[in-house]
Design a protein around this ligand. Structure first.
Ligand code: TRP
Ligand code: SF4
Length: 400
């Protein structure tokens, strides 16, 4: 059976907070049950924006891995690794750079956006311009089919698809492609070969997408095709050369609406975060001192939850009964704000308890964390090496 392969990376530029948990990590934990998952620490990516603060990256790497493990990312289900431990990413990045039009990179929306937003940083470097291509290399080297990303990263996946197409177009055209493809069709055997040809024709002549899907799943089921033949037939189906690099899909994760302590989105740059493993007294204090509806000056003044950041947290953490209690108690001035905040304090602490406990195990056994990453990096590297072998051969670099 053909399983979707999911890949995602996270930049190590500081400690993770509950916004990362609700926005990204909860989703990773769920996906690891359903898909073959690769999650990596994007340390080279961090350098594209933080080249002048390598110490932050160094510190954040291991903490971030512990945070992942703490929330329940499970190394027996998902492969966890560090980007720089798989130097093949850099090789693919370099090779892809040869065929990447500079204009494509300059037109990636995050390029200008980030330069404007992070105007205190030097983003005029070659590394920063090339960062979407590095991301493409990350994805293409594992032939990932699904990439969970937020809205802002969708153009990067689109860009990656274009790079894959361009690569296949340039390098997938072996001189005898047609003959090799037809020989591969015959290897499927009479009935399947006939089906494949029918589907291919229906797709190519009528643009029938259903036929394309059928043909693809037919190819995925074939036992007696080698990987080179399979790539030829995927390419032959769509009318291009051999598919050496496959096009990934963006798996759009709903934008995290996780509110911070001040009612704005939780984010390090707003200084309104609760970190994943923050200690209990600090969490309690942060929530107790959160601003509330400014109309409630005195305990007896009625308030409006819609004007209060605490209410936003109730919407994340509280069940219907508690939410009704807040609505009535606030509007009728029958509860005080400290009282209202208590269920949020309890819920956040309860959410963090298993995280803190799991993290403790890993903090006490750093050798275990290192071996998880060593194993994951080895596994990733083997897979990356397979793709690189084909890429080098296609680009005329497989001298013997
Ligand atoms: N660019 C992503 C971010 O800023 C991180 C990242 C790097 C990534 N490589 C990736 C995400 C590959 C998905 C797939 O969040
Ligand atoms: Fe906010 Fe609750 Fe106070 Fe109302 S009672 S202002 S919702 S903290």
């Amino acid at each position: 059976m053909f399983v979707d392969r999911v890949l995602s990376g996270m930049r190590p530029t500081g400690s993770l907070h509950l916004g990362h948990y609700h926005g990204v990590l909860k989703n990773w934990v769920k996906m690891q049950q359903e898909y073959e998952c690769y999650f990596f620490v994007a340390d080279w990516h961090a350098l594209t924006t933080h080249y002048d603060s390598p110490r932050i990256i160094e510190e954040s790497v291991w903490n971030m891995v512990i945070d992942w493990l703490a929330v329940g990312v499970d190394p027996s289900r998902a492969t966890l690794f560090i980007q720089s431990r798989v130097p093949e990413h850099a090789e693919l990045h370099l090779l892809l750079s040869m065929i990447t039009p500079r204009g494509w990179l300059e037109r990636v929306p995050t390029y200008k956006d980030q330069q404007e937003k992070l105007s205190d940083k030097d983003l005029g470097t070659y590394g920063f311009l090339g960062y979407p291509l590095l991301q493409s290399a990350d994805i293409l080297i594992y032939r990932a089919t699904q990439v969970p990303v937020g809205e802002d990263q969708v153009p990067h996946i689109e860009f990656t698809r274009e790079i894959a197409r361009r690569f296949n177009h340039i390098y997938g055209r072996e001189p005898d492609f047609e003959e090799k493809a037809q020989a591969a069709v015959r290897k499927m055997g009479g009935k399947n070969a006939k089906l494949y040809n029918e589907f291919r024709l229906r797709y190519q002549e009528k643009g029938d997408d259903e036929a394309l899907q059928f043909a693809r799943s037919l190819l995925e089921e074939q036992q007696n095709l080698g990987s080179a033949d399979r790539e030829r037939l995927f390419g032959y189906l769509e009318g291009c050369g051999k598919m050496i690099l496959s096009e990934p899909h963006a798996m759009l994760t709903a934008a995290s609406k996780m509110p911070g302590l001040d009612g704005h989105k939780m984010s390090k740059s707003y200084n309104n975060t609760i970190s994943l493993r923050e200690d209990e007294p600090s969490v309690t204090k942060k929530i107790r001192t959160m601003p509330t509806d400014p109309a409630r000056v005195r305990r007896t003044d009625p308030g409006n939850p819609d004007h209060c950041p605490v209410w936003q947290l109730h919407q994340v953490y509280s069940g219907e009964d508690t939410r009704n209690w807040v609505q009535q108690g606030c509007r009728g001035a029958s509860i005080g704000c400290i009282e209202c905040k208590q269920p949020v304090v309890d819920a956040v602490l309860a959410e963090q308890r298993p995280m803190r406990e799991r993290a403790q195990l890993f903090l006490e056994d750093t050798a275990l964390v290192r071996s998880i990453i060593a194993e994951g990096s080895d596994k990733a590297r083997r897979l990356a090496a397979e793709t690189m072998r084909e890429v080098r051969e296609a680009m005329g670099l497989a001298y013997r």
